[in-house]
Design a protein around this ligand. Structure first.
Ligand code: BGC
Length: 748
């Protein structure tokens, strides 16, 4: 194993760097002791009140001491101008070299004013809106002293049991890549040194979303094809979009904890892709190599991680404890530290921290930026765009605005915290507009609310044990009587905000607790039910799909949740969201995703059991990837290609007519899929390769054009090499991954 960075790799990396910054880094590196270099690679969490008197004893005191010595390069979770200024002042004024800190924070879907959870945003397929949402988050966070976000998360996952699917963009690499780019551009803007932008972080590198059985922090064992074609593309897209940092992950990949993976971090990320920013570990993921059984002790963990290209140790205390000695003992070459520190300093220079370490510390800006009206407007816009109309069989929706008796049922309907999701560190409890409040803005109807049943019992945050309410049905009677007297019943059911997110894997994808019983009991007395789902992952709601006439997927939509939901229910906003993840019929179908392989026995040919299926449930999903209705209806026709046979490398144009066949203006996500019929590595039955969000006035028809090229038609083989193979292809276009129109062509 080589301990130095290969020269060619370094040359490639330096191509786009700024010579002035590199010169400054060279000079600074020459002044630094080994301990100071290790210090730059050390990140501490700053959860205590850093503006108070220095704590005595315990880890906070040690952190202060290290800060003063210049042994800390970054802090996370310090927030607010006052607090950031306090730690920055120590770094700049009390240390020997005065190198400023980079301040990181989990700005996942907003800072104080929260956007929908990232999975919900992905359902909008609206890249401009997603980019704008990230830039609003950056504006608020940077006004609060922060200059680096631990986002976007871009782990592709096909397993809704995994609680962190709420943080990503769903199951598809193509959609995930476009969203990763949009978020990176939103956070970083065009100019990283601008005061309203922050450095972004592509996480978690890599394959964390493939944790076996969806169980958190579990092993990952996937083949090269899945790694290169499904897992890595969003990261590559983020690097190409200029993301300045990458976070590695807690999982192992095929036997190697990724924090210690030279293959991922040195060969692919920093080598092949030429990434010249820095890699931060996930929280103590360097130490965790010991538990994984990949390192004997902290010393070996530090050695393996630094060799593999993990540049900064997040709150693991491993680098700070072991790295300097490893260099002195000649086990780790100092050039490895130089490479890591160079990367970290580069990002600090680019942020402009050396020009003005307090540039993010402006109280007046903090006051006027955080929670301002423009940000509320932006997150409301994003929230409406994230809603997916799953079903509307009897046109129960949109609701009439006058003369109706509406019953609103469900604990989540009046909850002002749950809609904020589980990543809400800088946001305050009870600050979301509840669905009840949103509905109350429509005064032409009479609205009666009944809780029905709690989702949770007791305190929800950081749950160690299951505290779901699976017993208390004392509110059923009231809910049933309110429902009986109503024209329409709106039921808000699903997951509490803390049932998804990190450490919240579930084996049951049904409505938690007694909510299913409540739904059935209410339906019995009044079938005019609109089910509004609040959740952070696909749920298995087969009963609801079979019985309930209208179902709205409203996820956890952030601060403006209630307004967004009410505007959609009342038709003031026509929904256009499409699912970024397949909804299963039951948990046994998981993992289930649209771009599966055909298998050798795809169909029932002879009426016997020997084909790829389940004997107790259909093999199709409940709602496919890309599905989502609107109050408008759309008709697709005239799928055309500009030929039937093309040379490899040619641009192939595909066009289709889309008509709004309804009297209501609306938007539709037009989706293009391909199938490569024969491959040296078997190809999926469908692959998304293009989409466009189209606005269509009532009755209007538009011609939509897509271009396919080598990038769309090729794939990575098992050596990680991108290849384009001649042969027959199919093209499909439609409003979901289940399409009606298709065409064929040959690639020569
Ligand atoms: C999570 C990361 C997060 C970090 C810092 C970890 O537990 O996996 O996604 O950025 O904590 O809060």
């Amino acid at each position: 194993m080589t301990m130095t960075v290969a020269r060619a790799q370094k040359q490639e990396m330096m191509k786009n760097t700024n010579p002035e910054i590199e010169f400054k880094i060279d000079s600074l590196l020459q002044l630094m002791t080994v301990e100071e270099k290790v210090g730059q690679m050390n990140q501490y969490n700053g959860f205590w009140d850093v503006t108070g008197p220095a704590p005595e004893g315990g880890s906070a005191e040690k952190k202060y001491e290290h800060l003063r010595k210049g042994w800390v390069g970054s802090m996370l979770s310090v927030r607010g101008v006052k607090q950031v200024r306090a730690v920055q002042k120590i770094a700049v004024e009390e240390t020997r070299l005065g190198i400023p800190l980079i301040i990181g924070f989990d700005v996942i879907h907003g800072y104080k004013t929260l956007s929908p959870i990232p999975l919900a945003e992905a359902a909008s397929w609206d890249l401009e809106a997603i980019k704008n949402s990230a830039s609003v988050a950056a504006a608020e966070a940077s006004a609060s002293g922060i200059n680096w976000t631990f986002g976007p998360m871009m782990d592709i996952s096909r397993d809704p049991r995994w609680g962190r699917v709420m943080e990503g963009a769903g199951e598809d690499a193509f959609l995930g890549s476009r969203i990763a780019e949009a978020r990176v551009h939103g956070f970083q803007g065009d100019d990283l040194s601008a005061v309203h932008t922050v450095a972004a972080c592509a996480k978690h590198f890599a394959a964390y979303g493939f944790s076996e059985s969806g169980k958190e922090y579990n092993t990952v064992d996937i083949g090269a094809s899945t790694l290169h074609n499904v897992v890595l593309p969003p990261f590559k897209a983020a690097v190409n979009a200029g993301v300045r940092t990458v976070m590695n992950s807690f999982n192992e990949l095929n036997g190697v904890p990724v924090t210690g993976s030279s293959y991922l971090q040195r060969d692919i990320l920093k080598g092949e892709w030429g990434f010249d920013g820095f890699v931060v570990s996930d929280w103590a993921s360097i130490n965790e190599m010991i538990n994984w059984g990949h390192a004997r002790d902290k010393r070996e963990a530090a050695q393996k991680a630094v060799t593999a290209g993990s540049d900064m140790d997040m709150e693991g205390n491993v680098y700070i404890e072991a790295l300097a000695q490893l260099v002195k003992d000649g086990v780790v070459e100092e050039s490895l530290l130089d490479d890591a520190v160079r990367r970290i300093l580069r990002v600090k220079y680019e942020l402009g921290l050396f020009d003005d370490p307090y540039k993010y510390c402006d109280e007046a800006r903090e006051k006027e930026t955080i929670g301002n009206a423009k940000h509320h407007e932006a997150v409301l816009d994003m929230a409406k765009k994230s809603i997916v109309l799953l079903k509307n069989d009897t046109n129960l929706l949109p609701l009439k605005k006058e003369g109706q008796k509406i019953a609103l049922i469900g604990a989540l309907a009046s909850d002002k915290s749950s809609p904020l999701g589980s990543w809400r560190i800088a946001s305050d409890d009870d600050t979301a507009v509840s669905v009840l409040e949103g509905m109350q803005n429509y005064s032409g109807n009479s609205l009666t609310y009944a809780k029905g049943a709690d989702v949770f019992v007791g305190q929800a945050q950081f749950i160690q044990e299951v505290v779901v309410n699976d017993a208390d049905k004392s509110g059923f009677e009231e809910a049933i009587s309110v429902a009986k007297n109503a024209d329409v019943v709106v039921m808000v059911l699903g997951e509490q905000g803390f049932q998804t997110g990190e450490g919240r894997s579930r084996t049951n994808l049904q409505l938690p607790g007694v909510q299913q019983e409540l739904l059935e009991a209410v339906f019995k007395v009044n079938p005019n039910v609109v089910l509004v789902l609040n959740n952070g992952r696909p749920l298995a709601i087969s009963w609801a799909d079979a019985h309930i006439p209208a179902i709205v997927e409203a996820w956890q939509l952030g601060t403006e949740t209630g307004n967004a939901v009410a505007q959609v229910l009342y038709g003031d906003y026509n929904p256009s969201g499409k699912l970024p993840m397949t909804f299963p019929r039951n948990v046994g179908q998981v993992p289930i995703y649209y771009n599966f392989k055909n298998t050798g026995r795809p169909d029932d040919k002879d009426g016997n059991v020997f084909w790829s299926h389940f004997i107790d449930v259909e093999k199709t999903p409940l709602y496919p990837f890309g599905h989502g209705l609107s109050y408008s209806t759309f008709e697709y026709s005239d799928l055309k290609m500009d030929g039937t046979s093309f040379e490899t490398g040619a641009d192939i144009v595909v066009s289709v007519q889309v008509q709004n066949t309804s009297p209501v203006d609306g938007k539709e996500v037009v989706q293009l899929y391909i199938r490569d019929l024969v491959g040296s590595i078997t190809r999926p039955v469908k692959e998304l390769k293009g989409f466009e969000l189209v606005e269509l006035k009532a009755g209007e028809t538009k011609s939509i054009r897509f271009k396919l090229n080598n990038e769309s038609l090729g794939y990575y083989n098992n050596d990680g090499k991108f290849i384009v193979e001649p042969g027959d292809f199919k093209v499909f276009v439609g409003g979901s991954s289940i399409t009606r129109l298709e065409s064929d062509f040959e690639l020569k």
